[in-house]
Structure formats: C-alpha cells, structure tokens
Design a protein around this ligand. Structure first.
Ligand SMILES: Nc1ncnc2c1ncn2[C@@H]1O[C@@H]2COP(=O)(O)O[C@H]2[C@H]1O
Length: 319
C-alpha cells in the first residue's frame, strides 16, 4: 500500500522533511519546512516546524532536488525560512536552529507556547549555553507566544500562513504542543503538526492528594479537528510514533507506539472518515529495526482506514 505524496495540480502545501527521526542521529532530527503551493508552484517563503536538523537537511534536500540544485543553503536559511515554530524545548527539536542562529537574518519570530519560549530564553539564549539572540539580547529573533486557549489563528509574518496552537502532554505535566497551520489566502487548507506526545490514557498527573488527573489534550484536539476533516480542509496530520509495539507504557517517556497511535486516530475517525487526510509518521527512534517494525505494524488490517506516509529526509511531500 502506498500513498502518493507527489505533485498534483490540487496540491495546497509543499513540505521538505529536513529531519525525520526521534533522537540518536544528530544528522536527522525533527524538522519540517512548509510552504503554500499555488498553481503547482511552492511559495518561496517557508516556515520551519521544529528545528532539530536544519543545515544538513537542506543539503540533502538540494541533492534530492527538492530544492533547486543552485540553492545556496546559507542564503536559503537567511532569506527563505521566515519563522521557527517550536513544539517544545527538547534539544532534538531545536538544536539545528540554535547552531545556525549566529548567521541568521534579523526580524524573524520564534513561535510557541509560553512554556517553550521560556525554556529557550532561560536555558539556551542565556549567554551561558548560547548567546542571547532573542529580544532581550542581540534581537535577531522576537518571540511570538501563542495562547492555547485562543480559538483564533495568528498570522505568521512574511508568509501567507496562519497558526493556532494546542497543548500536548509529553510526560505530564511537561507540555509539548501542536500547530494547526492554515493558508491565509484561498483556497483555504490546513495541516496539523504535533510535537512529541504520549497517549491520553497514559499521560497523567499525580496530584498532591495522590489522586491522578488526565488532561486528555489529544481528545480535545481531535474534537477541534473533526469539523476540518469533515470539510476536507485538513490535508495532513504529522504525528509521532517513537517506538514499535511492545514497549511497556512505563517506558514510553511521553511517546506513542503504533497501537497507541491507532487508538488515538480512531477517536478522530469516530467523528469522520479519515480517507482524505495523510498521516505523516514522525519521530521514529532509530534503533533495532524500529522503522521497519513500525511500518509493518501500521499496515495491518485495523490500520487500513488511514493513509500513512513515512517521510524520508530531503524527500518532498506535496499535500
Ligand atoms: N527516565 C528515562 N530513562 C531513560 N531515558 C529517558 C528517560 N526519560 C526520557 N528519556 C530519554 O530522553 C529523551 C528526551 O527526548 P525524547 O522525549 O524524544 O526521548 C527521551 C528518551 O529517549
């Protein structure tokens, strides 16, 4: 079973995976360039969803001809990546972005939850771990803090894209987030990018009186996505599967397996058929044939309701 991610006259978005794995290989960490497509031509203004591997991913993308062969990677980073949307502050989602900050062009925004921006300010841009390229220092970047309780999308400056944020649990109560990125201009369309997340049934906070509380952020997210799926506006969901089945729940560290992913996606499918939404599987931990196992585990009968895509570094995806 294969799902086409090739160019079509009906494409709304162009995605270049700069890094697809969940850790271990520093050359291939979570990062996805996204731009809108009009008349089959990708717009030159990209955003970066997470920033794990940046420069090396662009080199691979040029080799794969997902970017023109004469692309100058330095110029591309400076001129064509307009904003970094960071799902959470873990190093594997931000390290490539950080390393490239000294040569970046000013006037860009780092976009995320208040909690994520605080990690960047306090732990990276603190003149100890790294120079302060933020708004309190060298001012290369400004911070765009998004409110997860707002139902309105915010513009991403210098692009034709808008964004809305949602909270996720990644070892509760540590927060990660999901971005709903939408085209501002007609025809409208959206993609949903999730940072790391554990399953609702596993992510629990133990309270002071020893009772547990489950925020169930994924179930809230699926409820919000259902109308977009029904309207055929949601083109893709980028969601993680870090480990193959069999990983015990207490060793998930805030991640999903194929079984947990299917359990979550079936909640969304209970609202509407998912046949028109591509499910782009991110963040596989590159160990012990995990990728092959996960692909196999997501091809079983109960997975056939979903169009899974397994992205490869540098290989473009048209949505
Ligand atoms: N308790 C733990 N023991 C060992 N490894 C851990 C533990 N918690 C987190 N990790 C690892 O630290 C990583 C941080 O990034 P990830 O969440 O992608 O994946 C996490 C695991 O690989």
């Amino acid at each position: 079973r294969s799902t086409s991610v090739k160019q079509s006259s009906l494409s709304f978005f162009y995605v270049i995976p700069l890094g697809t794995n969940g850790g271990l290989d520093e050359n291939n960490l979570s990062s996805y360039l996204l731009t809108s497509v009009n008349n089959s031509i990708p717009n030159s203004a990209y955003i970066s969803l997470d920033g794990g591997t940046v420069r090396h991913g662009i080199e691979i993308a040029i080799k794969q001809q997902s970017l023109p062969l004469n692309t100058d990677k330095e110029m591309f980073i400076r001129e064509q990546i307009k904003a970094y949307l960071i799902s959470h502050g873990h190093l594997d989602h931000i390290t490539g972005f950080l390393i490239n900050t000294p040569n970046d062009k000013s006037g860009k925004f780092i976009i995320g939850l208040n909690q994520t921006i605080k990690i960047i300010r306090d732990h990276y841009f603190n003149n100890q771990a790294w120079a302060d390229f933020g708004s309190t220092g060298l001012k290369t970047y400004d911070y765009q803090i998004l409110d997860p309780l707002s139902t309105i999308s915010a513009p991403i400056v210098n692009t034709d894209l808008d964004v809305r944020i949602f909270r996720l649990c990644h070892t509760c109560p540590f927060l990660s987030s999901a971005f709903l990125v939408s085209r501002r201009n007609q025809p409208s369309a959206s993609i949903l990018y999730l940072g790391d997340t554990g399953p609702d049934d596993v992510e629990k906070i133990i309270q002071a009186d020893n009772t547990t509380y489950s925020p169930r952020y994924l179930s809230q997210l699926w409820k919000e996505m259902a109308p977009l799926v029904a309207a055929n506006q949601l083109k893709a969901i980028f969601i993680e599967v870090s480990y193959p089945n069999g990983r015990p729940d207490h060793l998930l560290f805030g991640h999903l397996t194929p079984n947990w992913l299917l359990k979550e996606l079936n909640v969304l499918k209970s609202y509407h058929s998912m046949e028109n939404v591509k499910i782009i599987v991110t963040h596989i931990k590159p160990e012990n044939g995990a990728r092959e196992k996960i692909i196999e585990q997501l091809s079983r009968a109960d997975a056939l309701h979903f169009n899974f895509v397994f992205p490869q570094q540098g290989q473009a995806i048209w949505l």
